[in-house]
Design a protein around this ligand. Structure first.
Ligand SMILES: *Cc1c(COP(=O)(O)O)cnc(C)c1O
Ligand code: SF4
Length: 344
């Protein structure tokens, strides 16, 4: 009898879930965060588990269901799976692969603020991400030192106020949209009170990973600001753009944002001309312009994603024969100490 009641209750629950959309926070808190669950959910053979466990110990697994939905079942070669499944190779330590490849630790005049480039600064608005990408150059970032509270933002805000050459604030992370809308609305309000700031740029993968992140609360503060808005998404493969992502982009555009995309050139994810051409075409369908194609930063644990400079140049040359100029991403590398990205 009691069993029946429990079943009835859980049926009611699952019925409710399909009726009422869960919030992005709920989706994030239900993300898969261990290798066993990931392999099980995607029907991967147990052969992958030991490697996944080893990689997970270096950098945690994190993949929300909305992203898992776009990964093929039981296909180890899926280009989205490769971005999130830890492999044993992550424990390798080839020469030249380091913990802080961009040497960002040297450019922090205030807590949570990185000023490397003329006219613009990066603000670490949230230490968290909604997904852990295996090739991430911040996989070893000391985030606990870099998630300022409101009081601690004052130093960064004073720095911005005092340097009238800064016209653009770039919210970064982690993923800045992993912060609460209350926190973000407050920060943006502080920023827009600085007269020489013209632009707000947001570097985020959240609208791709959990498209429901682009909700009314976010659109509220984004639409309201006087600052010009640029959202730079991070999409590496066409399969990441489904209808839910298209809809999220349409909402961002309605709020007045220009949407750009940066990709990372990744071995066995997008290192062929067809993948790159299809991605650019699909981005434009979603209202997004291709911006950067980064070569991999040499971060420890990601060497198996590397594509050589020579191959990267050949790919981009072949791509130019297929695409209109406005769909061509700029092939760049980040070189520590340089005042801009370096074209290859
Ligand atoms: C890439 C980057 C920027 C912005 O560079 P753009 O070339 O303007 O897109 C700013 N700060 C840091 C630390 C960066 O890595
Ligand atoms: S979302 Fe961006 S910052 Fe976060 S793990 Fe992926 S690449 Fe790194």
């Amino acid at each position: 009898m009691q069993e029946n009641i429990i079943i009835a209750a859980s049926e009611k629950q699952s019925h409710r879930c399909s009726m009422v959309q869960s919030t992005w926070q709920q989706q994030l808190s239900h993300a898969i965060r261990d290798p066993q669950s990931l392999c099980k959910r995607l029907g991967l053979s147990s052969d992958w588990l030991a490697g996944a466990q080893a990689g997970h110990e270096l950098f945690d697994v994190c993949v929300p269901e909305a992203y898992l939905n776009r990964i093929a079942y039981a296909d180890i070669d899926d280009p989205l799976l490769r971005q999130v499944l830890p492999l044993g190779e992550e424990a390798l330590m080839p020469h030249g692969y380091v913990v802080d490849p961009l040497e960002e630790a040297d450019h922090q005049p205030a807590k949570g603020l990185i000023h490397k480039y003329a006219g613009r600064v990066l603000l670490i608005a949230s230490p968290n991400c909604a997904i852990n990408c295996r090739y991430c150059f911040r996989r070893h970032f000391p985030y606990s030192d870099n998630s300022p509270s409101r009081a601690q933002w004052q130093e960064a805000l004073d720095y911005l106020r005092s340097d009238t050459t800064i016209h653009e604030a770039i919210l970064s992370g982690g993923d800045p949209l992993a912060a609460s809308d209350r926190q973000l609305a407050w920060l943006v309000e502080q920023l827009e009170s600085i007269p020489h700031l013209k632009r707000l740029r947001i570097h985020t993968r959240l609208p791709v990973v959990i498209p429901d992140r682009v909700d009314d609360a976010l659109l509220g503060w984004l639409s309201a600001t006087r600052l010009q808005k640029v959202v730079v998404l991070h999409i590496n493969h066409t399969n990441e753009i489904d209808q839910t992502v298209m809809d999220a982009c349409a909402r961002l555009k309605q709020a007045g944002a220009t949407i750009l995309n940066q990709s990372v050139l990744l071995r066995d994810v997008n290192d062929d001309v067809t993948s790159l051409a299809t991605l650019s075409e699909r981005l434009f369908e979603a209202g997004i312009l291709p911006y950067y194609l980064h070569v991999l930063d040499p971060v420890q644990g990601a060497a198996h994603f590397d594509v050589s400079d020579e191959e990267a140049r050949e790919l981009v040359t072949a791509l130019r024969d297929l695409l209109p100029g406005f769909l061509m991403p700029r092939l760049v590398r980040e070189i520590p100490g340089k005042g801009s990205k370096t074209p290859l």
